[in-house]
Design a binder for this molecule. Structure first.
Ligand SMILES: [Zn+2]
Length: 199
């Protein structure tokens, strides 16, 4: 159970009533080995001081994940790292980075950083909600997925990034889908946490 203490560091209280210092943003940043210049904000979002720096560091981070054992999800998407690195188009938006890194508003990740108690998908009940579930499986996002399929012809894990690198239109379709889906998920997450009331 997580108790927000308002100002000051978050305090996590265990079932036994023992109070432990929770995973502070800096501790999470350390744990995730975020590149220099990126930090986790107090609302547990990845942030940086300037958009140019953010773009550069996100690019470096995702490229590194594509080559590291730790980044197996990213590696499964970005199989041809030179093509990825040398592409002529394609900005890494905040939400697209969440999709490609797996670090974002996904049950599995939220559970890992102590924001949620389970990895479940709150939208379809799937036991583990990760970037794969969100991008390719969860029925709640089928309409957003159909919009991508209309542009790319198909949407699957093994070809998605390859198709994005092929054309700016493809890239933008996936980025737009990520943005729509993850904005919605973030909003729902804020409702669940009581940080935002439903209109
Ligand atoms: Zn789902």
């Amino acid at each position: 159970m997580v108790h927000q203490s308002g100002a000051g560091p978050q305090v996590f209280q265990s079932a036994s009533g023992q109070i432990n210092e929770g995973p502070t943003p800096s501790r999470i940043a350390q744990q995730l080995r975020l590149p220099h210049g990126l930090r986790i904000s107090r609302s547990y979002r990845i942030a940086s001081s300037s958009s140019e720096l953010r773009q550069k560091t996100l690019e470096r981070w995702v490229t590194r994940l594509a080559t590291e054992t730790k980044g197996s999800w990213t590696r499964s998407l970005i199989k041809d790292v030179p093509s990825w690195y040398n592409r002529k188009h394609g900005q890494l938006t905040f939400h697209l980075t969440q999709s490609l890194s797996g670090n974002g508003c996904f049950g599995k990740y939220l559970c890992k950083i102590g924001k949620e108690d389970s990895e479940i998908c709150h939208h379809c009940g799937e036991a583990v909600d990760d970037a794969h579930n969100t991008l390719f499986v969860c029925p709640s996002w089928s309409s957003e997925r159909e919009d991508v399929i209309r542009v790319l012809g198909a949407l699957d894990q093994s070809t998605m990034v390859e198709r994005m690198i092929e054309s700016r239109t493809n890239w933008d379709a996936v980025a737009e889908c990520s943005s729509r889906v993850l904005s919605h998920k973030e909003e729902e997450e804020r409702y669940r946490r009581g940080e935002q009331s439903r209109p």
